[in-house]
Design a binder for this molecule. Structure first.
Ligand SMILES: [Fe+2]
Length: 184
């Protein structure tokens, strides 16, 4: 894997996302019989929204997938359509977790249940999703995207990585990821 191939940066980000998903799962396992730490849950939701969705899925949807479409992969059927649908489902689950957080802080059982259901669904979804991308779509991308297109793609990834997500840089989000893992 190299940062200069069509999927290198994205595969690297997958490792971060899977590690944070495992940390979220661990925190949810603490829910019964005890209580999870709302601060850790909030950190995980923030990481999922800004790093996994805005920074990572943003690059896939706005940069990688359009290049694949130019190479003939349809957007409304096949692997790209499945990936887009899973991104939407991930957003829905992240929003459900975020919505439940105030109630979790108040130790409301219904809010904790909603958070836990959405959280566990998210962990299962993202594991399957990343497995499909790494094992199928990214393999296709690595084969069909040629060197000049690849260089342009890597430049556009870098531009996104150098932007901010609700005011946070990618480096700050990785720092947040490190904090989550250290507390898991
Ligand atoms: Fe991905």
């Amino acid at each position: 894997m190299s940062r200069l191939d069509p999927t290198g940066v994205l595969r690297e980000e997958h490792r971060w996302i899977l590690n944070v998903a495992r940390a979220l799962e661990r925190e949810l396992d603490r829910a019964s019989p005890g209580a999870p730490d709302p601060d850790q849950l909030e950190r995980c939701v923030r990481f999922i929204r800004l790093f996994a969705d805005a920074c990572h899925h943003g690059k896939e949807e706005d940069q990688l997938f359009p290049v694949l479409e130019k190479h003939g992969l349809p957007r409304d059927s096949g692997p790209i359509a499945v990936m887009l649908a899973e991104h939407r489902e991930g957003r829905r689950l992240a929003a459900a977790m975020r919505e439940a957080l105030p109630g979790v802080r108040e130790a409301e059982p219904a809010a904790m249940k909603s958070f836990e259901t959405a959280g566990r669904d998210y962990v299962a979804l993202i594991r399957g999703h990343i497995g499909k991308e790494d094992g199928v779509l990214f393999q296709m991308a690595d084969q069909i995207i040629s060197a000049p297109a690849c260089a342009r793609l890597c430049e556009s990834y870098e531009e996104t990585c150098n932007s901010t997500f609700e005011g946070c840089t990618k480096a700050e989000l990785e720092e947040l990821g490190r904090e989550i893992l250290a507390r898991a």
